[in-house]
Design a protein around this ligand. Structure first.
Ligand SMILES: Nc1ncnc2c1ncn2[C@@H]1O[C@H](COP(=O)(O)OP(=O)(O)O)[C@@H](O)[C@H]1O
Ligand code: SF4
Ligand SMILES: [Mg+2]
Length: 358
């Protein structure tokens, strides 16, 4: 599974000194609603290095999907404005024209979603749809496009691609459709693949196969992966770094191996402890009380305060995403004094690389 020992995974993720491929700075996303303008995310800061695999985690409604969509500038119709910068290979996508974005989308940055059926057109064969992406972005003929499509279908593990290439989406299983989507997203050799809950709709064994495929492809093609998921087991299995989002903000950023053993934010700790297959404990799993606040009524100060067992004086103040040393960042002023449990005890730590999503 290519995860390697913790130190190696950390080094892979950190890539000291290398210019990040993606550098998101102060990203805020606003929507127009019948009740006025809502600020859905704010102050989002993170980097992804070339070839790095980064998981974006958090409960439903934390802002993961819209952060991914904003990178490709595919936000819904009631989008009302964006603050900050989205630097991709040095170019600010936030200020690119629609034409510039069309040249980047699908070619240099690709995205796959939870439900491949909604992204595939039922009236065209899968081969046609993959080849179409290629033809839009390059000047190649039909025959060459078909040959490359066949090669890509083989690469993503579709058996008998010569037969499958002329199938329509409904003739394929959910797992095969997701493989087709991965083939379509990779056909132009993007530098960044954004995968939003790519395995959530699949059953468990297929889920593991798709994650392995994403990891292998990222390793062999050096494609950076931004894996959006509510499932921390998926991140433990696939990524080297983990960014936790809560209520529209980044609240922790750490190497996966470190976060699994010693999370610095109470929210990350709560998420990790409620994971059934990572928990070393038996019996009832702890859960985080309450729910993510609605964007219509965000509390002042630490946004996690109402649910936090460690809330104390000072938590009513705005929390900054601060440097926690060792390349880690956390949005909690108490991080140094809290010794929070993760999903694994330190002696179990090397097992982090072997955690499977079951
Ligand atoms: N089109 C929209 N209009 C208004 N609010 C939206 C819209 N899309 C998303 N939101 C809000 O933005 C927040 C983040 O949504 P989303 O990125 O889908 O969360 P996640 O992917 O983490 O579950 C949610 O509170 C959601 O209600
Ligand atoms: S700032 Fe306070 S309330 Fe917020 S996570 Fe830290 S300890 Fe909890
Ligand atoms: Mg989502």
């Amino acid at each position: 599974m290519g995860a390697g020992p913790p130190a190696q995974r950390r080094a892979e993720g950190a890539r000291d000194g290398a210019r990040p491929l993606l550098s998101v700075r102060g990203l805020g996303i606003r929507f127009k609603t019948t009740q006025g303008i809502w600020q859905a995310t704010r102050r989002i800061d993170f980097d992804i290095a070339p070839g790095e695999r980064v998981g974006i985690v958090g409960e439903s409604g934390c802002g993961k999907t819209i952060t991914g969509l904003s990178i490709l500038r595919l936000l819904p119709g009631n989008f009302a404005g964006l603050d900050g910068k989205i630097l991709f290979d040095g170019v600010d996508l936030a200020s690119c024209s629609a034409r510039q974005m069309r040249a980047i989308r699908g070619k240099r940055i690709a995205m796959i979603f939870q439900e491949p059926m909604s992204a595939l057109d039922p009236v065209f064969t899968v081969g046609h749809q993959i080849a179409e992406t290629l033809r839009v972005h390059s000047n190649i003929g039909q025959e060459e496009a078909r040959a490359k499509t066949l090669e890509m279908l083989r690469r993503v593990g579709i058996a008998s691609p010569e037969r499958r290439i002329d199938d329509y989406p409904h003739q394929l299983s959910g797992g095969m459709r997701q493989r087709v989507m991965i083939a379509a997203s990779l056909i132009c050799g993007p530098q960044l693949l954004i995968a939003d809950e790519p395995t959530t709709a699949l059953d468990v064994t297929v889920q593991a196969q798709i994650l392995e495929l994403l990891r292998d492809i990222s390793e062999t093609s050096k494609t950076a992966l931004m894996l959006i998921t509510h499932d921390l087991g998926v991140v433990a299995e696939t990524c080297t770094r983990m960014i936790t989002m809560y209520a529209g903000e980044v609240i922790e950023d750490a190497a996966v191996d470190e976060a699994l053993v010693r999370p610095l934010h109470p929210y990350t700790s709560g998420l990790l402890r409620s994971l059934p297959h990572l928990s070393p404990r038996h019996g009832r799993l702890p859960s985080i009380p309450g729910r993510v606040p609605s964007i219509a009524e965000m509390p002042a100060g630490c946004r996690f305060r109402a649910r936090c067992a460690h809330a104390a004086k000072g938590c009513e103040a705005e929390q900054k995403l601060q440097d926690a040393g060792g390349g880690r960042r956390v949005r909690c002023h108490r991080f140094a004094e809290l010794n929070l449990p993760g999903a694994l005890h330190p002696p179990d730590a090397p097992a982090a690389a072997k955690v499977a999503t079951q």
